[in-house]
Design a binder for this molecule. Structure first.
Ligand SMILES: Nc1nc2c(c(=O)[nH]1)N[C@H]1C(S)=C(S)[C@@H](COP(=O)(O)OP(=O)(O)OC[C@H]3O[C@@H](n4cnc5c(=O)[nH]c(N)nc54)[C@H](O)[C@@H]3O)O[C@H]1N2
Ligand SMILES: Nc1nc2c(c(=O)[nH]1)N[C@H]1C(S)=C(S)[C@@H](COP(=O)(O)OP(=O)(O)OC[C@H]3O[C@@H](n4cnc5c(=O)[nH]c(N)nc54)[C@H](O)[C@@H]3O)O[C@H]1N2
Ligand code: SF4
Ligand SMILES: [Mo]
Length: 727
């Protein structure tokens, strides 16, 4: 196809020879874009395009979605199961039967020898909902260890815990359409244009039709902050102070929605009493936002007809992560901004199916937002699966961030890691490395065999990836969308649900319980379990085909409903016994590792648009990797000048945990006493991070610790860097 002037340098777009387009859903982030994959006449995926009729993305995709066809054949794919002995002698290729027999034998041996809970299982936010449900059934109903969790503890755990504390249940109450109605948007610790480009595009579309104030709270001048009307460069880890102070001003000036509070909230007195201490003058000294700005933002928010707050990792990954979420919920409750068009507390989710695991994996409880602590729920699920409810634990076990310390102390002896890469993504990786070395037995189940954690595995199971499988993802706005298989699994790799159900057969109990063969049968089973008058997460009106036809449906959709539900709690009824939400009084306690004389810089970390997490996919996609091939850090030019550090030079960063060598990018994006590093690179920021844990969610404060900057030999550093970027 030719564009532009015909005679003078026309732009030629390569004809990829697409003969067929197949519907699926993007497998990277939680926006949930509908994608069509283009296949050539050999049936090979050669390109992708956005689906015009899909409400989420309306034809658009970001760079990752646009290059996603390349992930199927990217280097390092696992083709066959691999096995090796305890002394880590070389890998042997083996059959699925041999590999799965070995896994089952070792799990049984270890559980018999050290107890049921001596096996740890760590899962993900990146497999299909039906796969999560199957894994949950296997772990809760067959294997029976309680030390089962997922990487959402690094990601959305604070949002989950915060929603439960405020509203009585998990479940983001709002949707993208709220941008079309809101009169004020307040965003905390979210870099929407880079991390959720298509949600950002939806916001821009809404702003083009109707202007409303956009306020961004972030210590960095991110792309989102540059675009905002007001940027609040907050002192790291102090969002709770700002939130309490906003509430202080709202009460002091009588701007609260008294009727809404009276009808729908408990805890008003205690909360109003606590926030008296957070007058803007005192708060400004802690959170670094001046008193006039705090008052101005409080008035803008409270006086708007409807106002919404969104947040991502700047809130969740903090020692006050859950309190921060509840602080945002408090703000929306006192201004009556829950469940109305344009008024919401919307956590922007992370991974493509971080919601699916929250809903159906049984990691923190039982399927469909049921709790292990609730005898009625144990009974219901036990009866449904054909498992004695006595077999279920009566409270949840360890979180991912507590599983590793339990390996350290010898309480856990074996670990099964499904679709996550803790060697790169957990804080304090020197400690994680030592921990993994202690395991008697470790299984890694991943699409790519070159993932760093495989170094510590005794068995490697190759999972099929993304649209080689069929199943659902739930996005940020509770929309269930379907990934259809567009191509067969790579060589001898298998869909994760197949691996789970084949493994189940190795237990007597697993042969008694039903593990359906197809994901559409699994979905039908989940629908049955989701039904009930008191069940918010009801999907009984959906089916795989209907989901594809509608390009995604937002739960709840009950049996007789004609469509999904855009907003929760519109009737003001929350999930506590008396139907009221909770206003929570939360004092701020300073507990971060802060910069000092020895370690004078804050270390902040996060992401860039072209990479996804530990780069197992984007690191191998040319058009993503070439924009950001090297571990680097953002540093303020004034601070650099004082230390004699130049742009594009390498430095050594040192923290109390370890060190890392990175290239310097000088930019005013970060303040004088802060550096920022994208976490995508192995042996980089998480060698330095501390990751103090939030008391409710056990989520690490990845974004707050202290480092110093040292000189490093430039030639040696450049050599190291070349090694690191070569897969
Ligand atoms: N391109 C791309 N997109 C992704 C991902 C990816 O890897 N790549 N990952 C997906 C996943 S799993 C997730 S969880 C999301 C994450 O999405 P985001 O949370 O938007 O991304 P981050 O860059 O981790 O962090 C956001 C911001 O938090 C700020 N921050 C740091 N400390 C504080 C603080 O104390 N207070 C406040 N208010 N802000 C602070 C940082 O400066 C940073 O700009 O992105 C999803 N989308
Ligand atoms: N310093 C710092 N650290 C962080 C963060 C931060 O902001 N700063 N963010 C944290 C957050 S929010 C997150 S979500 C985590 C992410 O951390 P990880 O979960 O460790 O990151 P990924 O690279 O996405 O790992 C997913 C793995 O699953 C594999 N995989 C993908 N699809 C499939 C599949 O269908 N089947 C199977 N079997 N495997 C599959 C991929 O190849 C990859 O190895 O990192 C956390 N770590
Ligand atoms: S915004 Fe997220 S879901 Fe949409 S194409 Fe990009 S990575 Fe995929
Ligand atoms: Mo995440």
């Amino acid at each position: 196809m030719l564009f532009g002037r015909r005679k003078k340098n026309p732009i030629k777009i390569a004809d990829k020879g697409v003969v067929e387009w197949k519907y699926t859903t993007c497998g990277y982030c939680s926006v949930g874009c509908s994608v069509e994959v283009g296949l050539n006449d050999q049936g090979k995926p050669v390109t992708t395009r956005g689906v015009g009729g899909a409400d989420v993305n309306r034809g658009k995709l970001c760079i990752k979605g646009l290059t996603e066809a390349q992930v199927f054949q990217a280097s390092g794919r696992g083709s066959d199961p691999l096995i090796r002995d305890k002394t880590f002698q070389d890998w042997q290729t083996t059959s699925w039967d041999t590999a799965l027999d070995r896994v089952a034998e070792e799990f049984k041996r270890i559980q018999q020898q050290y107890g049921r809970d001596s096996l740890g299982i760590i899962s993900t936010g990146q497999i299909m909902t039906e796969e999560f449900y199957t894994l949950g059934k296997l772990v809760r109903g067959v294997i029976g260890t309680n030390n089962y969790d997922g990487n959402t503890t690094l990601c959305m755990a604070s949002a989950v815990a915060g929603y439960k504390r405020s509203f009585g249940s998990d479940g983001p109450p709002g949707c993208y359409d709220d941008f079309e109605h809101t009169e004020c948007l307040l965003a905390f610790g979210s870099n929407l244009p880079e991390q959720h480009p298509i949600i950002y595009w939806r916001l821009k579309e809404a702003l083009e039709k109707r202007k409303f104030p956009v306020i961004v709270v972030d210590p960095r001048v991110t792309m989102f902050a540059q675009f905002a009307d007001i940027h609040l460069p907050i002192t790291p880890g102090t969002d709770l102070v700002l939130l309490n102070s906003l509430a202080h001003v709202i009460f002091a000036e009588g701007l609260e929605d008294k009727e809404y509070i009276k009808q729908n909230c408990n805890g008003y007195e205690e909360f109003a009493e606590l926030v008296k201490d957070y007058d803007p003058v005192s708060a400004a000294k802690i959170c670094g936002i001046d008193e006039d700005t705090i008052r101005n933002v409080a008035r803008l928010y409270a006086k708007a007809g409807s106002a919404m707050a969104i947040w991502t990792m700047g809130i969740n990954q903090s020692t006050h992560g859950t309190d921060g979420v509840c602080g945002i919920n408090n703000l929306n409750l006192i201004t009556g901004n829950i469940g109305i068009p344009g008024g919401t507390s919307l956590s922007i989710t992370g991974q493509c199916n971080a919601m699916g695991t929250r809903e159906w994996s049984s990691c923190s409880g039982l399927p469909g937002y049921r709790a292990l602590e609730n005898p009625k729920h144990r009974e219901e699920v036990g009866r449904f699966w054909g498992v004695d409810p006595e077999f279920f634990p009566e409270k949840r076990g360890l979180f991912q961030t507590d599983i590793f310390p339990a390996i350290e102390t010898g309480q856990i002896k074996a670990l099964w890691i499904v679709a996550t890469n803790p060697m790169t993504s957990m804080p304090n990786s020197p400690r994680i490395r030592k921990t993994l070395e202690k395991l008697e037995f470790c299984v890694v189940q991943d699409t790519y065999k070159d993932v760093e954690t495989t170094q510590y595995a005794h068995v490697y199971l190759p999972g099929a990836v993304w649209a080689e499988k069929e199943g659902c993802f739930t996005n940020t706005e509770r929309r269930v969308n379907i990934t259809r298989p567009v191509v067969a699994p790579f060589e001898n790799s298998k869909p994760d649900h197949w691996i789970f159900s084949q493994l189940a057969k190795r237990w007597e109990q697993g042969r008694k319980i039903k593990f359906p063969d197809t994901t559409s049968e699994i979905f039908e089973e989940m629908k049955q379990l989701s039904k009930g008058d008191d069940r918010m997460l009801d999907i009984s009106g959906m089916s795989h085909d209907l989901i594809e036809e509608k390009r995604g449906i937002q739960w709840p959709m009950r049996e007789d409903d004609s469509g999904g539900t855009p907003r929760l709690y519109s009737d003001g009824k929350f999930q506590f016994a008396d139907g009221k939400a909770k206003l929570l009084a939360m004092p701020y306690i300073e507990n971060n590792e802060r910069p000092d004389e020895d370690f004078p810089f804050w270390l902040n970390s996060g992401r860039v648009v072209e990479h996804f997490h530990t780069r197992t996919k984007t690191g191998k996609v040319g058009n993503c990797n070439k924009f950001s091939p090297t571990p680097y850090m953002e540093m303020n030019p004034d601070a650099a000048e004082e230390l004699g550090v130049s742009h594009m030079n390498y430095v050594r960063l040192v923290s109390r945990r370890g060190d890392a060598v990175v290239m310097v990018q000088l930019t005013q994006r970060v303040p004088y006493n802060m550096v920022f590093i994208p976490f995508h690179f192995h042996d980089c920021v998480n060698r330095l991070s501390l990751g103090l844990l939030d008391p409710y969610s056990r989520q690490p404060a990845f974004k707050q610790c202290a480092v110093r900057i040292e000189d490093v030999d430039q030639t040696e550093a450049a050599r190291l860097n070349v090694e690191m970027r070569t897969f």
